[in-house]
Write a protein that binds this ligand. Sequence first.
Ligand code: MF3
Ligand code: CO
Ligand code: CO
Length: 267
Amino acid sequence: MSITYKDAAGVQGMRTAGRLASEVLDHITPFIKPGITTKEIDQLAAQCMHKQGSVSATLGYQPNGYPPYPASLCTSVNHVVCHGIPNDKPLKKGDIVNVDVTVIKDGWYGDTSRMFIIGEASIAATRLVKLTYEAMWQGIMRVKPGVRLGDIGHAIQQFAESHGFSVVREFCGHGIGRTFHEEPQVLHYGKPGTLDELKPGMTFTIEPMINLGRRDVKEHGNDGWTIVTRDRSLSAQWEHTVLVTETGYEVMTLSAGSPPPPTFVHG
Ligand code: MF3
Ligand code: CO
Ligand code: CO
C-alpha cells in the first residue's frame, strides 16, 4: 500500500483518535507509582478505552510472523526498547517505563507513548528520558511540506548522538490512518535531502528509541515481541502522531495531560 493523504474528514477522525489515545495516558498517569504492575496499568487503560468507546489497536494485533499481541498497550521497562508485554512484576523506584497506547476510533488510529519515571531515577536515566523527549521534538518541529524524511531522521540522530546516546535502527515511525502501520517508514536517523518529500495530508508517527549505551537490540526470548538492548543499557522512547499541514505540522496526539513542547520549539 502507498502513502495515504487525509482530507478534512480524515483529519478530523485522526484528531479524535489521537486525542483519545493521549487521554488514555492522562488517565493512567496518577496510578503509575512504585508497586503498581504493568498488568494493572493495562487493565486501567482497557477500562478507559471502553468508556471512550475506542478499541485497542494492539490487543490481538498480529503482523506476519508474530503471535497475536496479548495486551491493550505496551509497557517497556528500563532496558526494554519496545513492545514490552504487561506482566505481574511491580514497578519499583528508579525504573523508567514507556507506555505506548494505540486506539481505534471510528476506524481511525491514534498512536502515542510517554515515558514515566517511577519515584526518582538516576541522573543518567532522567537525562535519557528528557533528551529522548527533546529528540522526538527535534523531528516534529521540522515537519512541513517540502522537507524530506531524511531531514527528520537526520535531525533526531544528530541531536541524540551529540548527547552521547545511540539511535535504534530496527524500528521506526510509520504512516498511520485507517491502518496501524502504513507507508512511509519514518527512520530516526538518516541523511538530509533524502527519502520521501512531506506533503499536506500525510499523517505519521515520530517515535525515536534512544539508548544510553550501544544501539544494538535483540529479541528478549520466548514471547515473540519483547525487544531489549543487546548491552542491557537503558532505552527510552516517546511517540506522537503528526499531520503535515499546508504550513507545517499539527500534533494529533495531544490532550490536557500532554507535557509541553521543549522551549526550543516555536509554532
Ligand atoms: N504502538 C507501537 C508503535 O508505535 C506498536 C505496538 S505493536 C504491539 O508502532 F503489538 F506490540 F502492540
Ligand atoms: Co507507532
Ligand atoms: Co506506539
